[in-house]
Design a protein around this ligand. Structure first.
Ligand code: ADP
Length: 606
């Protein structure tokens, strides 16, 4: 959690872009989804429209054809069998009117006309012709023509359709209205062909033919009845030729006789067993077919939904998510690049300011060094000029004065060589070329000896210098470097001690030896206490105190090379105590246990 927050804050823009991208994708998916749904509904509705229209047109065409056939009868009192045959043949039923089983004519007969009728037809050569079913009925009809004359149709000749209630209902309606009338669902006589396995639901359309033409007033229609032009239809064959988008493929059609959609009145169904309809994708249309309502039920299969949808939606969703992720990574890399650039520029600024500070320190140092070198040089030059003038005047030279002048010159050259030495030391330390020469020493002795060397200088400055070293402290150290460190500390104590007493203490601390140099002078501000051990660092103004700011730096390097530590405790205005801790045996790998060369011990750097 604590790591998550900064991560989120840093990448807020990238996550923002991701969020916006995902939101847009979500909206697009919703939108496209709705579009797909609308398009699907639209396509379904279109299929329903085309299907209904196709069915309607088909039925209208059949009715028109039947009405045309009626014309054949209206125009002549007697229609010959051959004439009817030729007429139907000219219609090209099979090709132009698929689904229709044939066209026929059923003659209207009163009971007393039966016998003469049968005799008449038999006389035409149809010796087996008879009126069926047998039985006494008030009215009869008899199929006399039925084209084309195939096995199925031939079976139907002589059949009294009026004897069967479903057919009778349609025939009555046709007779009474004078219009085409469709029957309810029937099993066609043609279906009873032996050996035929496929049975289909059927229906018939009747067109009434009256004696004396079409315009017969309703009350005289029964007595003027001549017969019916009719056509039987096999439902499956009829619908087979129907065309509309998706039909039998992704969209199914059920046709029911009447306005109720039950199995009993099902005329046709294209649904395959086990194929489920998509819920919500169902539409009912009621169609009027020759005075009878039919209910067309359109349903969509799963395949219809699949063919109209998801691929597109998945593509939109996937591409949306990909674009959002791309946006995220681009934004994040930009943010990262900017952060890195900012960090780099901060680092650059830091380096630049460090470089400026270093240049400043160097310039300051050069100024100080020039001043420090010039002081002894000027004094040397003055002494030499004085000596030269005395020698040129030819007067007798006072040996005492010469002695003093030479002493002064000697002091200044020593001072100069010390300055140069300390500069060389710094460069040696910087390049790591410092070499230690370890030897067995007694630290208390070294400190006492050093104090003796400072006696004159201390006396001249009116300073009391004491050494407190109660016990001998033996160890292995580099004498020269040790003296160099202590010399710097004592010289500083005299320089910054304001004439007050300076105490040197040496203590044994087991593995370590401890040397303290305490003065009661100007002291050091705590803020400066760490800095003064660095190169060129000073905590006083060069106007009041000369110096290069190198003594403590060199001392610290030497003490650390000997494996020890140097520190200071001080209060401004009350004095300072410099503490050096040295291991009794120097562990430095650089150490060389070589005998000390006969070299003059160094005097302070200042
Ligand atoms: P220098 O004395 O040449 O300036 P050092 O490296 O010896 O260089 O000392 C660095 C600084 O530490 C001095 O400039 C001074 O400000 C401070 N300093 C050193 N010793 C003392 C001391 N005993 N009392 C007060 N200040 C001191």
């Amino acid at each position: 959690m604590p790591l998550l927050l900064p991560h989120l804050r840093r990448n807020a823009a990238a996550y923002g872009a991701l969020l916006v991208g995902l939101l847009i994708t979500g909206v697009a998916v919703l939108h496209v989804g709705r579009g797909i749904e609308e398009r699907r509904t639209h396509r379904f509705e279109e299929a329903v429209r085309y299907g209904t229209l196709g069915m309607q047109q088909r039925m209208d065409t059949y009715q028109a054809m039947l009405l045309g056939t009626r014309g054949l009868f209206s125009s002549s009192q007697l229609v010959e069998r051959s004439e009817f045959h030729a007429y139907v043949e000219s219609l090209e039923l099979r090709r132009r009117y698929p689904g229709i089983q044939g066209i026929g004519f059923a003659q209207w007969l009163r009971p007393e006309e039966r016998q003469s009728h049968v005799a008449e037809i038999r006389a035409e050569g149809l010796s087996e012709y008879h009126l069926w079913p047998e039985g006494e009925r008030p009215e009869y009809t008899a199929i006399v023509f039925l084209e084309p004359q195939d096995a199925r149709n031939r079976r139907a000749l002589g059949f009294d359709m009026f004897s069967e209630p479903t057919r009778q209902e349609a025939m009555r309606r046709a007779m009474e209205t004078g219009l085409a009338a469709a029957s309810g669902r029937v099993r066609l006589v043609q279906e009873d062909v032996p050996g035929s396995t496929e049975t289909q639901a059927g229906f018939l359309i009747y067109v009434p033919v009256y004696h004396g033409g079409v315009l017969v007033p309703p009350e005289r229609r029964r007595e003027q009845m001549r017969g019916f032009v009719y056509a039987p239809f096999r439902m499956g064959d009829l619908v087979e030729g129907l065309r509309f988008p998706g039909f039998q493929n992704t969209i199914d059609l059920d046709i029911h006789d009447g306005t109720k959609t039950s199995d009993e009145n099902l005329l046709f169904s294209s649904r395959r067993a086990g194929e489920a309809a998509v819920p919500g994708m169902r539409q009912e249309v009621v169609l009027e077919v020759a005075g009878r309502p039919w209910t067309l039920v359109f349903t969509a299969r799963e395949a219809f939904v699949a063919s109209n949808s998801s691929g597109q939606l998945v593509t939109v969703a996937i591409s949306g998510v990909l674009v959002a992720l791309l946006l995220f990574f681009i934004t994040r890399s930009q943010v990262n690049a900017r952060t890195a650039a900012e960090a780099a520029s901060v680092e650059q600024q830091r380096l630049a300011s460090e470089a400026r500070a270093a240049v400043q320190v160097r310039d300051d140092f050069l100024g100080v060094a020039a001043h420090e070198l010039r002081t002894p040089l000027t004094s040397l030059k003055l002494q030499l000029q004085l000596l030269y003038r005395q020698l040129r005047q030819g007067v007798e030279v006072d040996p005492g004065r010469v002695q003093r002048a030479v002493d002064a010159c000697e002091r200044q050259t020593t001072r100069l060589s010390q300055l140069v030495d300390s500069l060389l030391d710094v460069s040696r330390l910087a390049s790591g070329r410092l070499e230690l020469r370890l030897e067995a020493l007694e630290l208390d002795e070294v400190v006492r000896e050093l104090a003796r060397r400072f006696e004159t200088e201390a006396q001249m400055a009116g300073v009391r210098l004491t050494v407190d070293a109660p016990r001998p402290i033996p160890g292995r150290w580099d004498r020269l470097r040790l003296e160099q460190v202590l010399t710097n500390l004592v010289a500083n104590a005299l320089k910054y001690g304001q004439g007050a007493p300076v105490d040197l203490r040496v203590r044994d601390e087991g593995e370590y030896a401890r040397v303290e140099v305490e003065d009661r002078g100007i002291g050091i501000d705590p803020e400066d206490a760490r800095r003064i051990f660095d190169r060129f660092e000073r905590a006083v103004s060069s106007r009041h105190y000369g110096g290069l700011g190198l003594g403590l730096f060199i001392s610290r390097q030497l003490v650390e090379a000997l494996g020890g530590r140097i520190s200071v405790e001080s209060r401004p205005g009350q004095g300072s105590t410099f503490i050096v801790l040295l291991p009794r045996v120097t562990p430095s790998p650089k150490a060389h246990a070589a005998p000390t060369p006969p070299e003059t011990p160094r005097t302070p750097l200042h």
